[in-house]
Design a protein around this ligand. Structure first.
Ligand SMILES: [Zn+2]
Length: 642
């Protein structure tokens, strides 16, 4: 389950491996698998062969210690400009760089359509697989439409010719760029065409891996750019006949400096996870510190990220922790921590089998990549659209199976199909006033049961009558005043701190309400700036109660005054597990959670660095109240139910 990725580096010599293995042996369960790495750049194939031979010796050491050996292909299309220092002696004749849609050649990024380039990497994969017999091979994350400095690609002469022939057109890179920007139909054709190119290359190198070693698992490292079209790449890899297929979802390296960025990355990864085809059975998150550093991210930080990822559904963990070449004295921290918490991690992975995430589903229309928000800078990133405000206790997920309450982002309303609109009108939906205005533009004013008008700028306060006199002030770049609705939940106050209310605003308008659609589904509309992530306790409670009122997306209620985030899972029998993250620096007091319809009568609480606890439980009809122990700051625990 625990994988350490090592780069291709001369620092990883016999002495390194002996030390590395000794530290793992001292902390049993802290590492099960190592991903070795092919050489980067484009050395001659004989250089690759010699390096693979060298790795073979280390692979034998690892296997003798009971550690599985796998491989990552260091690069394919490219990571950056072609540097003078790197070895490109094996660059195939005729290989060409990609050209972006402004006609600029991308130095160092190779076009995957080129036959010489395809054969070079097929041979690289064959060589290492023949020598190492790796359990799995993962292709690094440059195999995509955009990467690093690279822009949307490719419009090199060969790609342009193929595109023009396929569609009977006569585009240049520049005219195609303009057409892709202005015309959604051409954009879709171009994306589809380009993914086909990448998919063909992925199939070729996957087949080469299988030719080198027939029992290999083939996997793809990818990032948040992976939307529905990325499934083409997995489908192509499947044709290789590899033993099984894997995904390593990634989205950057975040450290102890910014724990919340780790939470956001975890959400992003769940978005990618939720889009993987079912045949991709090996699913791991990328968990990284900064390259060549260990010191920036504590073992605790690595563990917290691991727990959250497993709670989202992943079944193993892939670290770039020991790519830290120069800080081996810190490796023991990691190994000790993971050995101590191994039973908890195993239990989290086991609890994912046959269960799914429960919560409010971030709704991504199938045509999301045709919106102007996504082009040209959005990088086809569905995870940029997520329920933004209510991290404090509201379970949000990209999982579509089984969830029927949705968050609808305003930016994506223009991309909704008629069928999607109809489905949403029949479902509980959480949305902002901005989204209401976008729906009005699409002529749906009479169907959604709520209206919205913009308020310009200023700082506003909100009165939330049912939740005490706790008002909160916030800057409202995108505030709207709501109208209609069935039940008003809060109102704009006529004043604000420092009198920064702008004329002609007088206050009194509805700030949040529950509305009823033409089909009778209940929607929660929130008129104020949805990007605000820090609600007051009153506001958080108002939103949580309202979501519970309109939907069944909240079977777990967290009681008390704390800043806990929740990641519930369940199956047809009910709630099977809920992971809770204390998203604050302060240790919580002992707290209570109320669970509607638990999947069984046996409860166990496991938390980071804690001994298992059988909690105190009391029943009331369909609800079970569970008393849980204190939870340290930026620390997670899970209630397992069976
Ligand atoms: Zn090309």
């Amino acid at each position: 389950m625990i994988v350490q990725r090592l780069w291709a580096d001369d620092k990883y010599d016999d002495k390194f491996y002996d030390d590395f293995i000794a530290r793992i042996k001292k902390n049993s369960g802290s590492c099960d698998e190592v991903w070795m790495c092919t050489l980067g750049a484009m050395p001659e194939l004989s250089t690759h062969a010699a390096y693979a031979e060298k790795l073979k010796g280390y692979a034998e050491k690892l296997r003798a210690a009971g550690i599985t050996v796998s491989l990552q292909v260091a690069r394919t299309i490219g990571h950056g400009a072609k540097g003078d220092a790197a070895n490109y002696a094996g660059e195939p004749a005729g290989a060409n760089f990609t050209v972006d849609l402004s006609g600029q050649e991308e130095n160092g990024f190779y076009c995957a359509r080129n036959e010489g380039f395809r054969e070079y990497f097929a041979e690289v994969c064959r060589i290492y697989c023949e020598k190492l017999h790796p359990s799995s091979v993962y292709f690094d994350d440059d195999l995509r439409l955009r990467s690093w400095a690279g822009k949307l690609r490719c419009a090199c002469p060969a790609c342009l010719k193929a595109f023009n022939e396929k569609f009977g057109a006569e585009y240049t890179a520049e005219t195609l760029g303009k057409a892709v920007e202005e015309n959604a139909e051409i954009r879709e054709k171009f994306l589809d065409f380009t993914y086909d190119n990448i998919a063909e290359f992925a199939e070729r190198i996957s087949r080469a891996c299988v030719e080198g070693y027939k029992d290999v698992i083939v996997g793809l490292q990818h990032g948040s750019y992976s939307g529905e079209l990325y499934q083409k790449v997995f489908a192509a890899m499947k044709k290789s006949g590899a033993k099984a297929f894997g995904s390593r979802c990634g989205a950057g390296a975040y450290t102890d400096d910014e724990p919340f960025r780790i939470v956001e990355k975890v959400n992003d990864l769940e978005c990618q996870f939720s889009r993987l085809p079912d045949f991709v059975t090996h699913r791991c998150p990328e968990i990284e510190g900064y390259p060549h550093l260990y010191y920036d991210k504590s073992a605790h930080g690595f563990l917290m990220e691991s727990v959250l990822n497993l709670a989202q559904g992943f079944n193993f963990l892939s670290f770039a922790a020991f790519c830290a070449n120069y800080e081996t004295e810190l490796f023991d921290d990691f190994n000790e921590k993971f050995a101590e918490n191994r039973a908890y991690l195993d239990k989290l992975a086991a609890a994912n089998v046959g269960t799914r995430r429960i919560g409010v589903c971030n709704f991504i229309p199938k045509n999301y990549y045709l919106t102007d928000y996504d082009y040209p800078n959005g990088a086809l990133t569905p995870s940029m659209y997520m329920c933004p405000s209510f991290y404090y206790g509201l379970p949000v997920t990209y999982e579509r199976k089984g969830n029927n309450a949705y968050y609808l982002p305003a930016e994506l309303v223009s991309a909704l199909t008629e069928e999607e609109i109809d489905m949403l009108l029949k479902s509980p939906v959480v949305l902002s006033g901005q989204a209401v205005m976008e729906l009005e533009k699409r002529g749906l004013k009479d169907k959604i049961g709520v209206g919205a008008k913009p308020i310009k700028g200023g700082y506003y306060e909100e009165n939330i009558p049912d939740y005490g006199s706790c008002n909160c002030t916030y800057y409202c770049g995108e505030c709207t005043a709501l109208s209609g609705g069935v039940k008003a939940l809060s109102y704009y106050a006529p004043h604000s701190e420092m009198n920064m209310v702008k004329e002609p605003f007088k206050g009194g308008e509805i700030a949040a309400c529950i509305a009823k659609t033409v089909y009778g589904a209940q929607w929660l509309a929130i008129g104020y700036a949805p990007e605000r992530r820090m609600p007051s306790l009153a506001k958080a409670r108002m939103v949580l109660d309202a979501v519970a009122e309109i939907s069944d997306a909240m079977p777990v209620k967290i009681c008390g005054c704390n800043r806990l985030l929740q990641y519930p899972r369940g199956n047809e029998r009910g709630v099977t597990a809920v992971t809770l993250l204390n998203a604050s620096m302060e240790r919580t007091k002992s707290f209570e959670v109320k669970i509607e319809n638990p999947a069984g009568g046996s409860f166990e609480w496991l938390a980071m660095d804690q001994k298992p606890v059988v909690p105190e439980v009391s029943r009331n009809g369909n609800f079970v109240s569970v008393k849980l122990p204190e939870l340290a700051g930026w620390s997670a625990g899970t209630l397992f139910i069976k």
